[in-house]
Structures are given as C-alpha cells and as structure tokens.
Unconditional design. Structure first.
Length: 205
C-alpha cells in the first residue's frame, strides 16, 4: 500500500485567510498598544493609530466571515469539533509532553493524520480564541466604533467603559495566544517546517 509523509492540511482559502488575518491582528495589537500608551512620543501617533486600528478591525471582520463560512462548507470544520471523551486526560497528556516529554525524547502523544490536524491543546485553544475571544473582540470593537449602540450604564458603571475594558482584555488574551502560537509553530522537524506548511499547504509528518 502506498504511503506518504505529508498531508494537504491547508487549502488555498485557508492560507489566504491565515495571511490576511495574521497581518490584521498584528496591526490591531500594535495600534492598540500605541493608543493606550502613556509615552510622550508613541511609536504611532494617536490619530494614525486610531485610523489604522479601525481599518484593520474591518479587515479582520471580513477575514473572520471567510474563516467561519469556510469551516461551515468545507471539511476543515471537523478539526474544531470537541469530544467529551478523554477531554481532561488528553489535555494533561499533551501538556505533560510540552513541559517534559519533548525535552526527553518521548514519542509525540497525538500524531497528526488526515483525521487529526491539531493536538488536544491546540484544538481547545483554537476553539477558545476563534469561537469566543475573536467574536467578543469584533462585537465590542463595532460597539466602540458606534458608541451610541452601547447602553449608558450597567450596575452604575459606564457601558462604554465596560465595553472598552472587555475589548482590551480580549485583545490582550489574543496577544498572549499569538506569542504561544508562534513558539509552538517552531516545534517540529525544524523551526521553520510548520511555517513552510502554511505557505505550501502541505504538512510533513
């Protein structure tokens, strides 16, 4: 029987989404930090940062529509389905591998295949980010762009203030995820192997 050492994990639409989404998220993070900076001479001027932030935000919304629709109508959506069986056991097993096993020559606990694109930690973190954090950032971002849509007060606190805090908190969470994502992507056959995969579409086992 013929065997192969690579799988076509990343179709063209997914690679296009990944590239534009990554660029948009990076611009949002840099401009978001600049807008909240207390420096006398921030890296990006406040007015420019606001304009770039809004433009990048719209671009990320369009990217998210592509991501969400693509997962609905293609087979890529199956990789994000969470199963109850072995939920915590698999998380602990994969976490143990990252913390200890991969530094001591242990075998990869969840080898990738045509049916498994992510290990448990990847899957659950991607679901948390893409189906919770990003939608919250989008909704709160639109609300801040049109503040007249936000309720005046809730429990005696300004609705705009609460929305801004939630928006910033989710943005910070996504920023931390991005750092971890970039590190984990460097773990493999070589530091650049996974980065090549998202360009070519083919993942080497």
């Amino acid at each position: 029987m013929e065997t192969t050492d690579k799988i076509y994990f990343y179709p063209l639409w997914l690679r296009i989404w990944h590239g534009f989404n990554a660029l948009g998220i990076l611009i949002l993070i840099l401009t978001g930090i600049s807008m909240q900076s207390s420096m006398d001479t921030p890296i990006i001027g406040f007015n420019l940062a606001v304009n770039l932030h809004n433009i990048a935000g719209i671009a990320v919304i369009l990217c998210y529509i592509l991501f969400f629709t693509g997962n609905l109508i293609t087979g890529n959506g199956k990789f994000y389905r969470i199963k109850k069986k072995g939920f915590f056991r698999n998380l602990i097993k994969q976490g143990s591998y990252y913390a200890w096993g991969m530094f001591h020559g242990e075998n990869y606990p969840f080898p990738l295949s045509e049916k498994r694109k992510f290990n448990p930690l990847q899957k659950y973190s991607y679901v948390l980010v893409m189906y919770l954090a990003v939608p919250v950032v989008i909704v709160t971002g639109i609300a801040l762009l049109f503040p007249e849509l936000i309720i005046d007060k809730a429990w005696g606190i300004s609705g705009v203030f609460m929305t801004a805090i939630l928006h910033a908190a989710m943005g910070f969470f996504i920023s931390i995820f991005l750092i971890i994502h970039l590190y984990i992507a460097s773990v493999g056959k070589s530091p650049l192997e996974n980065y090549k995969s998202i360009i070519t579409g083919w993942h080497h086992i």
